[in-house]
Design a protein around this ligand. Structure first.
Ligand code: PRP
Ligand code: URA
Length: 206
């Protein structure tokens, strides 16, 4: 399994803004969106391209165009906060949705919604900003594989070592692209230092 952490001063700055407790939802959403663009660029770094001939204003040249269909699958709710910039950058993207919610007591995720297109042959981005125990991401990845996905990348903002280890064991073939790898989980399985509950901060439901 490959784990790639964004290595860019702007990404570090944006993560710091998200971590700050007083960042209001409006700013949180805007910063999450900017970070999503950076994560998506890194995640799609190795997309297949093909060479085409281009008639420019002065002469004919060649260029590279994307040649690999992609799919984006946000995990509700928090993953929705990262979807829009990806759909904007990749207008041909196919989008599926998975609803998962952790039980507040056990931190075990329960699935409440799943609408996936056929993912065969599509580079599939599973979008979930927080990789804590890894239970949600692991279930979601099983669902997308069940829908035919073979090449899967998990996009997240903050990953805990426990979640990374869980995916290494459950889905060793999957790539992870994250903006930060944090220290630990607390007793309630929240990431430390983390940024709190991403969905609550995104939608002002704290
Ligand atoms: C959060 C987060 C992830 C999950 C991560 O979702 O968005 O989906 O927890 O935790 P895990 O790695 O331990 O499974 P939550 O269940 O709080 O739902 P929400 O997005 O609707 O707030
Ligand atoms: N989900 C979140 O939103 N934050 C955490 O720290 C863990 C799970």
């Amino acid at each position: 399994m490959s784990l790639r952490c964004l290595d860019h001063p702007l990404a570090a700055h944006l993560v710091a803004v998200l971590r700050r407790a007083e960042t209001p939802p409006e700013r949180f959403r805007a910063v999450a969106s900017d970070l999503s663009r950076m994560l998506a660029l890194e995640a799609t770094r190795y997309l297949r391209t093909r060479t085409v001939e281009i008639q420019g204003p002065l002469e004919t040249t060649t260029g590279e165009v994307l040649d690999e269909p992609i799919a984006a699958v946000p995990i509700l709710r928090a993953g929705l906060g990262l979807l829009e910039p990806i759909a904007h950058m990749f207008p041909d993207v196919t989008v599926g949705y998975i609803g998962l919610e952790r039980d507040e007591r056990t931190a075990i995720a329960r699935s409440y919604y799943c609408k996936l297109p056929n993912l065969q042959g599509r580079f599939t981005l599973v979008i979930d900003p927080m990789l804590a125990t890894g239970g949600s991401a692991s279930q979601a990845i099983s669902f997308v594989k069940g829908a035919g996905a073979e090449r899967v990348c998990l996009l997240c903002v903050v990953a805990a070592p426990q979640g990374v280890r869980r995916l290494e064991s459950d889905h060793p073939d999957v790539e992870i692209v994250t903006a930060a790898v944090d220290r630990d989980l607390d007793g309630r399985k929240y990431i430390l230092p983390g940024l709190g509950d991403f969905g609550d901060r995104l939608y002002g439901t704290v």
